[in-house]
Design a protein. Structure first.
Length: 209
């Protein structure tokens, strides 16, 4: 663990640097309140990793039936991914009615409760495809930044639409890294999470947060 007087405490585990907010802040998705609006609001689609592109394409015949006609049309038009204004790979978004950019992910659909759902994840949970969904979606509110080849930084992202999730996490005493245990292990492995948890216990005890 390292401390820089100008910044928050950071935890360094191998080639991954973790912001202290991932440990100290509270978070628990409150779908009943937000209805999955993160699937339709934003400046661009969800970040994608290069290794996710092929699984997206391979699973398309299985999960596409749950997508909206507009979503399938956008995939037909531009393919399984897009490139945002920063040059990053992202999921395609359905254009607004006037043709302007939209934050509505092409892979979303409306569930019976009227909320937004991920067609890929729904298909995966039903046993229809092996790919669950982009890891950037699973890891939110953590955002991953590439620092150099093989080195990454995990930072907490604060989004107004997730205000209730931060409040729910605090009410229930659920830290960000605990809420995201499964996707963190999926991305970085069990040893990484064990090391992160050990560092968290030390940090929380030391700072008494």
């Amino acid at each position: 663990m390292k401390r820089d007087e100008a910044y928050n405490t950071i935890v360094e585990i191998g080639d991954v640097i973790v912001s202290s907010e991932v440990i100290t802040e509270y978070f628990a998705c409150d779908y009943a309140r937000c209805k999955g609006c993160c699937c339709i609001i934003g400046d661009s689609g969800a970040p994608l990793r290069e290794e996710e592109l092929q699984p997206l394409e391979d699973g398309y015949p299985a999960y596409s039936a749950q997508m909206t006609p507009e979503g399938r049309a956008e995939i037909d038009r531009i393919g399984f991914f897009d490139i945002d204004r920063d040059g990053d790979l992202v999921t395609p978004c359905i254009p607004a009615a006037d043709g302007s950019p939209s934050g509505a992910c092409a892979y979303m659909y409306k569930g019976e409760d009227g909320g937004c759902r991920c067609a890929i994840e729904s298909c995966h949970l039903a046993g229809g495809c092996t790919f669950r969904k982009p890891i950037s979606c699973s890891l939110y509110p953590i955002r991953v930044t590439q620092l150099a080849p093989g080195r990454e930084a995990l930072n907490l992202h604060r989004w107004a639409i997730c205000r209730e999730a931060f409040e729910k996490g605090r009410r229930e005493g659920i830290r960000v890294y605990c809420f995201l245990r499964e996707p963190l292990i999926a991305r970085y492995g069990e040893p990484f999470y064990a090391a992160l948890d050990a560092a968290a216990q030390h940090l929380l005890k030391t700072e008494k947060i």
